[in-house]
Design a protein around this ligand. Structure first.
Ligand code: WT7
Length: 651
């Protein structure tokens, strides 16, 4: 990419939604004035701001000596402080009325349910922590967790945190090869898994994948197996143990270790766009503070609420907003094991109605699927318990935002569009629902204490509505500490692209009100006739057409223009792909944003290739558009048949 070219922004969106006064009146942060006061405090004294909240919101066995040690690009927070995340999430609630409050309400895909109170969670976590100790896990050891979305996953995480072991959760949908790479990179001593889990009525077998993996992972000494599906599996004697048998052999008390604030808490692998997955390392005190505070202020969690983040715990969203943030706040979190369209496309709405869920946090990719399945599904259900909605994972196109607002929020619930990353550990750019007026498609403004900005490639500020590179200018408590085992790559990837700041990899613009609009990954930016355009805006224009369910934009080499715009489009149920429709869509984009962004080619598809966390893999589409086939790495692809189909449609 050339040094000074920025990204042109072509999106226009003028709708503004004020926080509903009834909502604001009861919110943790009640007004813009209150939010601005927090921002002012954080700007004038960032360390004082975070320290004040670390002291009032968390339990410390010993207070820190230094709030922040910043030797770029390495930060340490609350240096010298001693704390424990498991203590903060469990023990500290036991001396209060919350002892008997539901910490976790879990629903399995077949419909089985379990509720665990804070007291019960504490007992389970203590037992499993003792199990880990008994099989030789010590402070600093790494433990791989390869499980379905069942309570034992949260229990195992908290048990690791309790004794200072570092967990590495590997999403249960990943293959045994992916598991091998991750176990070996972190040199895990133990793997915790299950016989299997349920997904769309089928068993996802986990233990056979683990058996396969453990042939190539010499560091693993033991494997602990949760019995979930009761299918027949192999148990290797001496190596494999049943969870339910081990916990019978240990005591139900295990004191939480007094850990350094910088004790490694977890490694989570993120694929990035190319190459070997990066083991993102997070530590204890700073991570917990930001996970806790963002949960409280952004999701406006109250003791009466039932809060549901639909993410799998295999992603960072599940770490911070299914487990650590909610439990640290003493909240009630709902957890659902299975697919959103099992047995019917209204499973989510059915769950919300039955459990009276108040706060829902999900992904744009899920919302677009719901739109495609049709509004009759949510409209069948009483969703009046909902009071707040959230999204994360990708830019949400304004039309999907409006649908979420109308059909799910029934025009009553604020929406928090939260921008962050595995690397940032917790939410960075977001509305506060009782204070921030929202605009469909914008993540609005940085959380207090976060200094985000948009810059040119060579580190200069850009003007209002000019696209550029999204950066963070100061260290924040939950920031990654390094890439596990590869500090050089950490420096190179995040701190060397633009001098002196963290570069997140995303393109963005700020509008005249200082609102941030994420324009997609920089690697996906397309360059057409000298104009650099973010993918999100053109895709959003396509999706605003009533026939379109989803769209992905890529560039392919073109003799005349340098590159041509290719749009992959999936249609709403019942719409027929025709040449007339292609022409209509090209005209629609021209009308919405101008001829500059008009797709040269439109290709209809049944589905788009996505990662398992739901992000569209534009890199693969680029290869298909350019060469007709895919040679690059496809290990993170969710559904291989999608790729096959796209390929054959070209022939
Ligand atoms: C990337 C990080 C953070 C949890 C889930 C994803 C994109 C995330 C938004 C948003 C626009 C978003 C960015 C970011 N992204 N949230 N609200 N608006 N884009 O974690 O897998 O580490 O992905 O997701 O491109 O860099 P992740």
């Amino acid at each position: 990419m050339s040094a000074n070219t920025n990204i042109e922004s072509v999106q226009r969106e003028d709708r503004v939604f004020e926080p509903p006064p009834e909502f604001a009146a009861k919110a943790h942060i009640k007004s813009m004035a209150e939010l601005e006061a927090l921002r002012a405090e954080a700007t004038s004294d960032p360390e004082g701001f975070w320290a004040r909240l670390a002291e009032s919101e968390l339990h410390w066995f010993k207070k820190w000596d230094t709030v922040l040690k910043w030797e770029p690009p390495h930060a340490e927070w609350f240096v010298g402080g001693k704390t424990n995340i498991s203590y903060n999430c469990l023990d500290r609630h036991l001396g209060t009325w919350r002892r008997n409050k539901a910490a976790l309400i879990w629903e399995g895909e077949p419909g089985d349910t379990r509720t665990l109170t804070y007291q019960q969670m504490h007992t389970e976590v203590c037992r499993f922590a003792n199990v880990l100790k008994r099989i030789g896990v010590e402070k600093g050891d790494r433990v791989a967790l390869y499980l379905p979305l069942i309570p034992e996953l949260a229990i195992a995480m908290l048990a690791c945190a309790r004794i200072g072991a570092t967990h590495s959760v590997v999403f249960g949908g990943f293959s045994s090869t992916a598991l091998v790479d991750r176990i070996n990179d972190a040199q895990c001593k133990v793997v915790v898994t299950a016989d299997g889990g349920w997904r769309r009525g089928n068993e996802v077998k986990l233990k056979p994948a683990v058996d396969e993996a453990l042939k190539e992972t010499p560091s693993v000494k033991s494997c602990i197996v949760v019995q979930r599906t009761k299918s027949k599996i192999h148990m290797e004697s001496g190596r494999d143990h049943w969870w339910h048998e081990l916990i019978e052999t240990v005591d139900a008390n295990c004191a939480a270790e007094e850990l350094d604030s910088e004790q490694p808490l977890f490694i989570l692998y993120t694929s990035g766009t190319t190459g070997k997955p990066k083991g993102i390392l997070h530590t204890t005190g700073g991570y917990l503070l930001q996970a806790h505070l963002t949960t409280k202020w952004i999701f406006d969690i109250k003791d009466e609420d039932i809060y549901w983040c639909t993410a799998d715990i295999g992603w960072v969203t599940g770490h911070s907003y299914v487990v650590y943030g909610p439990l640290s706040n003493g909240a009630t979190a709902l957890m659902y094991e299975g697919a959103p369209n099992w047995p019917e496309p209204d499973r989510f709405w059915d769950i919300i109605e039955r459990h009276r869920v108040n706060i829902l946090y999900t992904a744009p990719t899920a919302i677009r699927a719901f739109i495609k399945w049709g509004e009759q599904w949510p409209l069948k259900h009483d969703l009046s318990s909902l009071r707040l909605l959230g999204t994360v994972g990708e830019p949400i196109n304004p039309e999907a935002w409006m649908w979420y607002h109308r059909i799910i929020g029934r025009e009553r619930c604020p929406i928090v569009d939260t921008w962050w990353q595995t690397e940032t550990g917790a939410i960075m750019i977001t509305p506060l629902p009782g204070a921030t007026p929202t605009k469909p498609g914008s993540a609005t403004k940085p959380f207090p204490g976060i200094e985000a900005d948009v810059m040119t490639r060579d580190g200069k500020p850009v003007g209002a509505n000019e696209g550029g590179y999204l950066v963070i200018k100061k260290p924040w408590p939950a920031m990654l500490r390094t890439i596990y085992g590869d500090d050089e790559r950490y420096r190179e990837q995040y701190w060397s692209q633009i001098d002196g700041v963290y570069f997140a990899g995303d393109g963005a613009r700020k509008d005249r009100d200082g609102y941030f609009w994420i324009m997609g990954r920089i690697d996906d930016v397309i360059n057409v006739a000298g104009h650099r355009l973010g993918t999100a805006e053109i895709e959003s224009a396509l999706v605003s057409h009533e026939a379109v369910a989803e769209a992905a934009i890529v560039a392919k080499p073109d003799d005349l223009k340098g590159s041509a715009i290719v749009a992959f489009v999936t249609l709403e149920g019942g719409r027929v792909p025709t040449d007339e429709l292609k022409e209509e869509l090209r005209k629609h984009v021209t009308k919405e944003i101008g001829a500059l962004a008009r797709p040269d080619e439109i290709r209809f598809a049944d589905a788009l290739p996505k990662t398992r966390s739901g992000k569209i893999m534009r890199r693969l589409l680029r290869e298909i558009a350019t060469s007709g086939s895919v040679a690059g790495d496809v290990t993170t692809l969710e559904d291989f048949s999608v790729l096959e189909k796209l390929r054959t449609e070209e022939e």
